[in-house]
Design a protein around this ligand. Sequence first.
Ligand SMILES: [Fe+2]
Length: 355
Amino acid sequence: MVIQATTRVESLSTSGIHQIPKEYIRPQEELRSITNIFDEEANKQKPQVPTVDLTDIESDDPEKRHKCLEELKKAAMEWGVMHVVNHGVSGDLIGRVKAAGEGFFGLPVEEKEKYGNDPDGGRTQGYGSKLANNASGQLEWEDYFFHLVFPEEKRDLTIWPTTPSDYTDATTEYAKQLRALATKILPALSLGLGLEEGRLEKEVGGIEELILQLKINYYPKCPQPELALGVEAHTDVSALTFILHNMVPGLQLFYDGQWVSAQCVPDSIILHIGDALEILSNGEYKSILHRGLVNKEKVRISWAVFCEPPKEKIVLKPLPETVSEAEPPLFPPRTFRQHMEHKLFRKNKDEVMQN
Ligand SMILES: [Fe+2]
């Protein structure tokens, strides 16, 4: 058996090439929409991702809490993505998480290869880059590190980086705090649909079954950023996704028929509503299409934590309370695994049709 080494984008980036390999060049129709992410003037003209202050999410003052919940609900319904501030995760901890990820990616590629994953062989956790698993051979301009971070008993600590030494402690504490934050956000979103507070948390698996997975995305400098994407357009399959980044822009959202860039908001966490909540809410909450651009000047790093329901145990479908004669179910019942497979199938079919 011939094992082909996967090309790390970081190695390509530092090799001094001036033109990117053809596998990274996006199709013609997509190239038209790829812009310079640093063009602030153009970005300012476009709609802005909302910022939601979570200070009062559990306030004892009913009026204050109501106001906070309404803002969260509005952002979840209109955009499905927002910058959350005053989220309760300390700046110190966020600094440690970023330092740990930056420290790991600062290691030489050969060191990182020791943590290399093997998605085809079923080992998805670890250091990786996208494999060309479609007819077009299309690749993305990023390397990543992916692993389960919560519940703690489901972690495989043998694949976690041992360098930097704070990686495990910082990441574990961060995952614990995000899990607690999800337990504040899900009740607020339940109330927003007129459901009992605990409903959405229960519907996505509760404390036992909801799984948190961390993907550190590393986007090296790209000599031809106008031809590539760091992450192609997709919606997140999760219930919720929390994202940190190193203050280098790159995230774009497809809003109101156009691609708009997310600004970098200090001390915020980006919160995405994922497909699971879009399905449960029968489309009331949006799972927005988004993608990542790259640039020539700066490495971009983001830390995405996906909060996902269990793959088999739960059948996702619009909750009866969200369905009526006027609003029939928009999504058929599917387990989380079936939902992911359905998306993959559709994507491959679309690509075959394009080719
Ligand atoms: Fe995403």
